[in-house]
Design a binder for this molecule. Sequence first.
Ligand code: HPA
Length: 234
Amino acid sequence: MTVHIGAQPGDIAETVLLPGDPYRAKWAAETFLTDVKLVNEVRGMLGFTGMWKGNRVTIHGSGMGMPSLSIYVNELIKDYGAKTLIRIGSCGGMQDSVKVRDVIVAMTATTLSTPSRGIFKEMNFAPCADYGLLRAAADAAEAKGTATHVGGIYSSDVFYDERPDLTEQMTRHGILGVEMEAAELYNLAARHGRRALAVLTVSDHLLTGEALPSEDREKTFGDMVEIALEAAFA
Ligand code: HPA
């Protein structure tokens, strides 16, 4: 047990999928895994371990934003030995070519600040995905016929952003979408020599104002979970 995770040693698999929402973790575990066991519920942050095609997987909520994700990922890596960590979540589209419901596989995660800022100081470290996972996810998405984009995303600290100029610059520099967690996941994986990736569904669009109706979210979320699982065990 750690400060924020009540799991016993050995309860957490080496491969961990990380949705922001703990109820998404429950839904994904119940939908895609067999032999599912609840391994954490401290502070309502649900984590489940089960089997997928003969492979052991944990699906654990990360919470929203990099400070929350940092707590869980630090403990999953340092105390439970997680080796492959894949964020599955939603993002806002930032290019005309990116449509609501599309999947983004995040090659890099640009950010203004992260919990790691204090380490990097004046250095602009470039958080990037594990290439093997990235390639496997792109292949899995293509095989499924899911409309998928591979490229840079932006990990913001705010959902209600008062800086339209930043959004404009990110779009101008080809950033595909905005979310709030991937950059710190990539920082922590780099620091501890683990594999990390973020696979995201475009749930809303910053340029068009379009948003995915809630009844459509489950299906698109499901494609993303399958892509993440296939990439993890490719
Ligand atoms: N901004 C930040 N995070 C998000 C968004 C957004 O528009 N959509 C989904 N996650």
